[in-house]
Design a protein around this ligand. Structure first.
Ligand code: FAD
Length: 379
């Protein structure tokens, strides 16, 4: 029990946990093995209203409480990180539209909240994701329309999406001040999805590149104002980091459950391996980092709910939780021995999935750059 979480929120967690254990968990292994997008999961989460956290009720969602959203992502990640990743990326889409979109764009969210339509957030390019200002995509205005040229890479949900938020340069000479966010609809002329990307983990995330060579976009599909795309991207990414931290937290919780259960049942030299001090050390440190991770994730979510500045906390949280997950999933494999390295075990899958959490929404190196910037400005 977290001291500052209300009983209502603990009850909320249990209701999500019961639902996902019953409806999502059974297929997690299959989606990974077959590299299959988890459609059943998306539909079940949509029907249950779980995809609607983070979206106001007037747009078909379940309210904007960030603490509820992170608890939901955490609980989905505990049973299936891939489904939680889809939620996490969709929330980047939702937030972009909610914070910067116009009324017509916001109407789309109703179908997204129910799992009937899928949105993506396309910023990274083949030449690099960390250097956001260095994107090469351009948008040229001709006869009242924008025409997009360029490509994107590592776009989660791309193969199954209905909507793509694409960042491109409308005034390349202005660098950071010349980027604009566009809403591109599936089927737009000269807008091609592909190639598919085959990941080590999160194998059902329908991830792919995008190619566009003169894709027309009407001016009403600009999100926010022309040349203010960097503000859109940074605001959404900054806050979105708490969501991927929640995903890593749910995975770490599962890593702890799997490895402590194994340690208490596996025997070696006539004793449960839990009785060996090395194994206890792995588990004591895992549980301690799990508690610290949870406190950081919830605190950052509560800052966002209070509309307070959360950029530093979100970067520190992402850095800490994703690195903790990487460290402890390795130790979980040690605890499980050969079983931790065998296809079909949960820990083996989590070990493959874990590395994505230090990469997506900014690498650990990028998080340190963000944190250092805050330190430089501190008095
Ligand atoms: C599974 C997965 C899903 C993703 N989904 C999406 C998505 O939906 N939408 C999207 O837009 N992107 C997505 N990404 C892209 C992700 O955001 C990028 O991979 C990430 O930002 C890093 O970019 P990069 O891979 O091009 O590496 P690079 O930017 O080329 O970096 C390579 C290395 O250099 C380091 N580096 C780079 N610049 C600096 C610097 N200035 N200082 C110190 N170190 C530096 C990096 O930390 C890294 O270690 C996804 C990535 C993955 C793996």
């Amino acid at each position: 029990m977290i001291s500052f979480l209300s009983k209502d929120l603990e009850d909320f967690r249990m209701s999500i946990r019961n639902f996902v254990e019953k409806n999502i968990e059974k297929n997690a292994q299959r989606w990974d093995e077959r590299e299959e997008f988890p459609w059943d999961s998306l539909h079940a989460l949509g029907e249950a209203g779980i995809l609607g956290y983070g979206i106001p009720e007037e747009y078909g969602g379940n309210g904007t409480s960030r603490i509820k959203l992170v608890i939901a992502i955490e609980e989905v990640a505990r049973v299936d990180p891939n489904s939680a990743f889809i939620m996490e990326v969709e929330s980047l889409f939702d937030q972009t539209i909610l914070l910067f979109g116009n009324e017509d764009q916001k109407k789309i969210l109703k179908d997204v909240a129910r799992g009937k339509k899928i949105g993506t957030f396309a910023l990274t390019e083949p030449t690099g994701g960390t250097d956001v200002v260095g994107i090469k995509s351009t948008a040229k205005k001709e006869n009242g329309k924008y025409y997009l040229y360029g490509s994107k890479y590592f776009i989660t949900n791309a193969l199954v999406a209905d909507y793509y938020i694409v960042f491109a340069k409308t005034a390349p000479e202005l660098r950071a001040k010349g980027i604009t966010a566009f809403l591109v609809e599936k089927g737009t002329e000269n807008f091609r999805v592909g190639p598919p990307i085959h990941l080590t983990g999160f194998r059902g995330s329908a991830i792919a590149g995008l190619q566009y060579n003169g894709a027309p976009v009407p001016p009403e599909n600009v999100i926010g104002k022309e040349n203010e795309g960097i503000k859109v991207a940074m605001t959404v990414l900054e806050r979105g980091r708490v969501n991927i931290s929640a995903l890593a937290l749910g995975m770490l919780q599962r890593v702890f459950e799997e490895s402590s259960r194994f340690a208490k049942t596996r025997k070696s030299m006539e004793k449960e391996i839990f009785e060996y001090q090395y194994i206890q050390g792995y588990l004591t440190d895992m549980l301690t980092d799990l508690e610290a991770s949870r406190l950081m994730v919830y605190n950052t979510a509560l800052l966002i709910d209070k509309n307070e500045s959360a950029g530093l906390n979100a970067a520190m949280t992402k850095l800490f939780v994703s690195e903790a997950l990487m460290k402890h999933v390795k130790n979980a494999v040690e605890i499980l021995g050969g079983y931790g390295y065998t296809r079909g075990t949960v820990v083996e899958r989590l070990a493959r999935d874990a590395h994505n959490t230090t990469l997506s929404l900014g690498t650990s190196e990028a998080m340190r750059l963000v944190i250092a910037k805050y330190i430089r400005d501190m008095r």
